[in-house]
Design a protein around this ligand. Structure first.
Ligand code: ZN
Length: 205
């Protein structure tokens, strides 16, 4: 996907993290068989370093991992998650990985949060389409095609969005007039509602 498109920009208003439960469900359904354990903290740190210094990651998300970004290529720190019930990412600085989560899958998930935070800031939804698109890429590059395809399929099955929302169709005045005629011929409650909406959108004369 082209990350330089307009959709890839920090949102101006805070987005609700509405996909979170669906993302958890989708990943939990398929990822376990693809996991490679990272038994020690050193293993986790080594994996994070491998991801963060890879050419692909630096090029895909230069604001997050580029050498000349505000972060100057700062490699996210790894904390052992002591006292926590779950793994998490802490802003753009570090990830906490609890003991049962020491594997490449969970680290890819948490690193996707770091990428998103550094690229798009605080307003972006925690598990929005932007997060999911990064997560899928990391899984492809660092866990392989099979894991990626399984996750992508599960995203689709669970209706998780991982691509930019389609832009609302812009109708010309002529097209709007035609639509009004078409809807008017067969009035239903729904079409009346749509007619009212179209009328609202028309510029004041
Ligand atoms: Zn998450």
């Amino acid at each position: 996907m082209d990350m330089n498109n307009q959709a890839w920009a920090p949102p101006r208003v805070k987005q609700r993290d509405s996909q979170r439960a669906k993302v958890y469900k989708a990943e939990n359904a398929v990822m376990k068989p693809h996991v490679t354990p990272l038994p020690t903290m050193a293993d986790v740190e080594g994996f994070v370093r491998k991801v963060w210094t890879s050419q692909r990651v630096m090029e895909a998300w230069p604001r997050a991992a580029g050498r000349h970004s505000g972060w100057s290529g700062f490699i996210p720190k790894v904390k052992d998650g002591r006292g926590r019930r779950n793994s998490c990412a802490n802003g753009g600085m570090s990830i906490s990985i609890v003991l049962p989560h020491r594997n490449d899958w969970i680290v890819c998930h948490e690193l996707a949060h770091i990428v998103i935070h550094r690229e798009l800031g605080w307003n972006v939804a925690g598990h929005g389409w932007q997060f999911c698109s990064v997560y899928l890429k990391l899984v492809l590059w660092f866990m392989g095609r099979e894991a990626h395809d399984a996750l992508k399929k599960s995203f689709k099955l669970h209706k998780v969005k991982f691509y930019p929302p389609r832009k609302k169709r812009e109708l010309s005045q002529e097209q709007k007039a035609q639509l009004v005629l078409r809807l008017g011929r067969n009035l239903t409650e729904q079409s009346v509602r749509e007619l009212v909406q179209i009328a609202r959108d028309l510029p004041a004369a």
